[in-house]
Design a binder for this molecule. Structure first.
Ligand SMILES: [Zn+2]
Length: 205
């Protein structure tokens, strides 16, 4: 802040007393938020969540993603892996698939994110680390509002046993729509000490 701006802000404060934008309380002329709100805001700092996607989730891409639910659909994961692998850094430490609800995984026999992670690994030689994230609770995600989904996604994952401290990780998933799941997983991986997390998906809205 230059001296001129400081004087301006100080004088402006006399006419229009400075207020906290979050709670509307009065604050010193040189503050931007009150101490209480600053502490609250620090709990909501954004986690950098870069997402690398092979396709935009539209048109026949939707069919490809749908096909992933069946054995023949593996080709779509493989095709997407080939496309995204070109822009991946081969020196990353692990590829971590987004975990799936246990009951659903058993029904279909496999996790689409794991299949995509497998092909990404084949293209890049980066090893897959399956249990870095474990889903701990099941809720009917599709019945929730977007805010509820975000909350649920955060509550639904817990760190697994694997040591990910200081590691650079590609988080793999089949599709990214609201981004809530990827955001929650990224946040957890950082909380567990990951050095860098980037998401890789077959398709993104
Ligand atoms: Zn405030």
């Amino acid at each position: 802040m230059t001296a001129e701006y400081k004087v301006n802000d100080f004088l402006l404060d006399i006419v229009f007393p400075n207020r906290c934008p979050c709670c509307d309380c009065f604050i010193a002329w040189n503050k931007t938020v009150c101490a209480e709100c600053e502490a609250k805001l620090s709990e909501h700092l954004a986690v950098p969540a870069e997402i690398i996607s092979a396709f935009v989730y539209t048109d026949i891409v939707v069919d490809g993603i749908y096909a992933l639910k069946f054995a023949y659909g593996r080709n779509f994961a493989r095709h997407s892996a080939k496309i995204t692998a070109v822009s991946l850094d081969k020196n990353f430490d692990f590829i971590v698939p987004v975990p799936m609800v246990k009951r659903r995984k058993t029904l279909r026999g496999y996790n689409q994110a794991e299949i995509f992670a497998h092909y990404l690994s084949r293209e890049t030689s980066i090893p897959v680390k399956k249990n870095a994230l474990i889903r701990v609770n099941e809720t009917k995600q599709h019945l929730l509002s977007e805010t509820e989904r975000k909350k649920n996604a955060e509550a639904s994952y817990a760190n697994g046993r694997d040591d990910i401290r200081g590691k650079r990780i590609y988080l793999a998933d089949d599709v990214c729509t609201t981004g809530a799941t990827i955001y929650a997983c990224t946040k957890l991986l950082y909380a567990a000490g990951a050095k860098l997390v980037k998401a890789v998906v077959c398709a993104k809205t």
